[in-house]
Write a protein of this length. Structure first.
Length: 324
């Protein structure tokens, strides 16, 4: 491990879509009371919005696992390590808890809006610890992987978040990093930065069971201090149909550089240099620990409680926001 961004081999804790809306239902409720002209305009506007959404979503490339480029990662690793060490004072613990080989499902919490610095820090640490040749894929929102200026992220193994892409990664023997909290968690208010918030999404449990792979919880802190995150904007997102059109359940509002008032975070922001700490916990083999037919609710409750306990411990280490 290079200087600055530190990693520790063992963890602290040894053991401790929406369903489719029927056609016309949404439009009818939104346009009730409108005249014929207003109804026609509303339907035209909705068709236009769906056309734009279809174009954006279709830009998200099907996961090509071979887009990950070990030579590219190897070439850029030193510079990114330096940046993360100086700006985020990144510290990654417990990489020794990740199985040395074979498929594994890394289940993490994430913070910091669309910039998600904890993902960057952990990806660099993982690639350094295990070597760039080991397959490693991170799942991200369609809008992230479809943005032209972020296409380089696919060279690090990033693919669009979907059950199919996660399954393809595990079937290829890769370590796959998933964030069940999605946009709801990553845009939570800054004063909720020390909460694990997966919104009762349990698809990752079923994924690990179906492929019989271990789960390694990955807990991070600090990302929600890289800006002042004010609100998720869930009601606004619902009113604008962002969930139905773009799979966006939030329209977050934050205060940060260079925009000061940042709505949506679609253009990103300049993150404050908060200290990022990430800890990988011991691997959990579901059938060994929960029996031949694990209960999804029990596994969900156990893993999230374990992650919350770890996050509480990491939070107790911090003295001041941003400074860590």
């Amino acid at each position: 491990m290079q200087e600055g961004l530190t990693a520790h081999p063992a963890g602290r804790n040894g053991r401790a879509e929406h369903p489719p809306t029927p056609p016309g239902d949404g439009a009818a409720s939104r346009t009730s009371g409108l005249g014929a002209a207003g109804l026609g305009a509303a339907r035209l506007l909705e068709r236009a919005a769906r056309s734009v959404a279809g174009t954006v979503v279709s830009r998200a490339p099907r996961a090509d696992l071979d887009e990950r480029d070990p030579d590219y990662i190897r070439e850029h690793l030193p510079l990114l390590w330096l940046a993360c060490s100086l700006w985020y004072r990144g510290e990654v613990r417990g990489l020794g808890n990740v199985p040395e080989e074979g498929p594994v499902l890394l289940v993490g919490n994430h913070s910091g809006g669309n910039m998600t610095p904890d993902t960057v820090v952990f990806t660099l640490a993982f690639s350094t610890h295990f070597g760039v040749e080991r397959r490693f894929h991170q799942l991200a929102h369609n809008l992230v992987v479809s943005m032209p200026f972020l296409s380089f992220l696919r060279k690090y193994g990033m693919v669009a978040a979907s059950p199919e892409n996660a399954e393809r990664g595990l079937a290829a023997g890769a370590a796959v990093l998933v964030y069940p909290g999605g946009d709801r968690e990553v845009h939570r208010p800054s004063w909720q930065g020390d909460r694990i918030d997966f919104g009762w999404r349990k698809g990752w449990v079923r994924l690990a069971m179906d492929h019989d792979v271990p789960i390694v919880p990955v807990v991070s802190i600090g990302g929600q201090e890289t800006a002042l995150f004010v609100t998720r904007g869930e009601r606004i997102a619902s009113a604008l149909m962002l969930d139905r059109l773009f799979r966006l359940k939030v329209l977050p509002v934050s205060i940060g550089l260079p925009w000061v008032l940042n709505v949506g975070d679609l253009l990103g922001h300049i993150p404050l240099p908060a200290k990022i700490t990430v800890e990988a916990l011991p691997a959990i083999h579901l059938r060994e620990e929960f029996g031949a037919d694990p209960d999804l609710d029990e596994v969900y409750a156990y893993v999230t409680r374990l992650m919350q306990d770890t996050l509480d411990a990491l939070a107790a280490e911090r003295r001041l926001p941003v400074l860590g």
